[in-house]
Design a binder for this molecule. Structure first.
Ligand code: RFL
Ligand code: PHB
Length: 389
């Protein structure tokens, strides 16, 4: 088999890149380790920056998003019960869209099945070969059969635990990492959200987030320890903890129901530089991770893909390597700003094991400063809605 771009991973990054390349007639094949159902069953992000919304439009997969997605003009921060609304629309004239990652993935999968290139699901033991030369290859096993695909380029869109980054010799990468001493326990429930807007809450018992997927489906999170298991968190315990961490008036309105998904996610900041090795380009979680507090992970993956797509388009259209040569530097500049924002939101809103009276006062001062400064609120809004690409 031969293709122009071999894409590893059918998460949002791989599927979006495939879709954009399909639209300009650049041949591509996506190889995914899991089944399509497994990929669709992973409950992850919920907030799309306006740049991600625009990319969905560019890709012609915006129909359902505009029908079912929920535009949000602001969000709420709560600090020990005191609340502050960040009004994106009034501050910077922009908004975000609440539309689940599973829906983004579903829309892209459907578009691909309708008029796109092949996706190989359950591709086992994917391996990359000769990515430093002009004729890279990707091999995998399909049941007992060995398959091979030659290509011009490989796009590593295979997430944090993927094979693409692992193919690059360690001495050619610089890694930056911070592992946070807590995780997020998330619950999905078929009950209307407690509030029309997302609520990010700091509380002495730990962080909590009230989010949603639709007018009838809510997504809630509480900060937990990394060594806890979901079995230790029956629904009653979860809702009890959530109620204690949010504004009591809001808590009164919380509608509980049996959880339809419950999982614990560790929190990590991570960047691998550079994002190119020969003909291999990394995009999305394969190259960087942010803690979910800033709602940046999926959005960063999408902005990487936009730049990588433009670089491939330039190569195939004009024969120019300029975009590909600039790719890593260009995206890393924006990635580091999102890393900073996600780290800052996490630091402001969580309780760390070593949070002492001094650090709590600093967190409080940060919240009070935000509450009193339109400029600080605008800075938060600008980062949350998304920095320019
Ligand atoms: P993905 O989604 O991990 O997809 C990678 C795909 O590659 C496959 N794969 C392989 N395929 C072939 N061979 C191999 N060896 C392979 N190894 C892996 C995997 O099966 C998978 O299908 O990466 P991608 O596309 O870069 O997308 C990144 C996003 O998924 C991620 O950043 C976000 O979900 C992060 N995130 C959030 N981002 C936001 O922008 N807004 C949010 O509100 C938000 N909330 C969240 C989040 C992540 C969370 N968790 C669970 C980590 C909330 C949570 C709880
Ligand atoms: C979500 O709805 O899953 C979500 C929303 C905002 C975040 C993180 C996760 O910052």
């Amino acid at each position: 088999m031969r293709t122009q771009v071999a894409i590893i991973g059918a998460g949002p990054a791989g599927l979006m890149l495939g879709r954009l390349l399909d639209r300009i007639g650049v041949d591509n094949v996506i190889l995914e380790r899991r089944s399509a159902d497994y990929v669709l069953g992973r409950i992850r992000a919920g907030v799309l920056e306006d740049g991600t919304v625009e990319l969905m439009e560019m890709a012609g997969v915006n129909g359902r998003m505009h029908q079912e997605g929920l535009p949000h003009t602001g969000c709420e921060l709560s600090f020990d019960g005191d609340t502050l609304r960040i009004d994106f629309e009034a501050l910077i004239g922009r908004r975000v869209m609440v539309y689940g990652q599973t829906e983004v993935t579903r829309d892209l999968m459907e578009a691909r099945a309708r008029d796109g290139g092949p996706v190989v699901y359950e591709a086992q033991d994917v391996a990359l070969h000769d990515v430093l030369g002009a004729a890279p290859r990707v091999t995998w096993r399909d049941g007992g059969i060995e398959r091979s695909l030659s290509c011009d380029f490989v796009a590593g869109c295979d997430g944090f635990h993927g094979v693409a980054r692992a193919t690059i010799p360690p001495e050619r990468l610089t890694l930056f990492e911070r592992v946070y001493p807590f995780g997020w326990l998330g619950v999905l429930v078929d009950k209307p959200p407690v509030s029309d807007e997302l609520i990010y809450a700091h509380h002495e018992r730990g962080f909590a987030l009230c989010s949603m997927r639709s007018p009838s489906r809510s997504r809630y999170y509480v900060q937990c320890r990394t060594d806890e298991r979901v079995e230790e968190w029956p629904d009653e315990r979860f809702y009890g903890e959530l109620r204690r961490r949010i504004d009591p008036e809001v808590a009164e309105k919380l509608q509980e129901g049996p959880s339809i998904e419950k999982s614990i996610a560790p929190l990590r900041s991570f960047v691998a530089e550079p994002m190119r090795y020969g003909q291999l380009f990394l995009a999305g979680d394969a190259a960087h991770i942010v803690p979910p507090t800033g709602a940046k992970g999926l959005n960063l993956a999408m902005s990487d893909v936009r730049c990588l797509f433009e670089a491939f388009a330039e190569h195939y259209r004009d024969g120019s390597p300029a975009g590909l040569e600039r790719y890593s530097e260009r995206v890393l500049n924006r990635i580091w700003k999102a890393e900073r924002f996600s780290w800052w939101m996490t630091t402001l809103l969580h309780i760390f094991p070593d949070t002492d009276r001094f650090s709590r006062r600093i967190q409080r001062a940060e919240f009070d400063f935000l509450a009193g400064s339109r400029a600080a609120q605008a800075a938060l809004a600008e980062n949350y809605v998304g920095l320019p690409i």
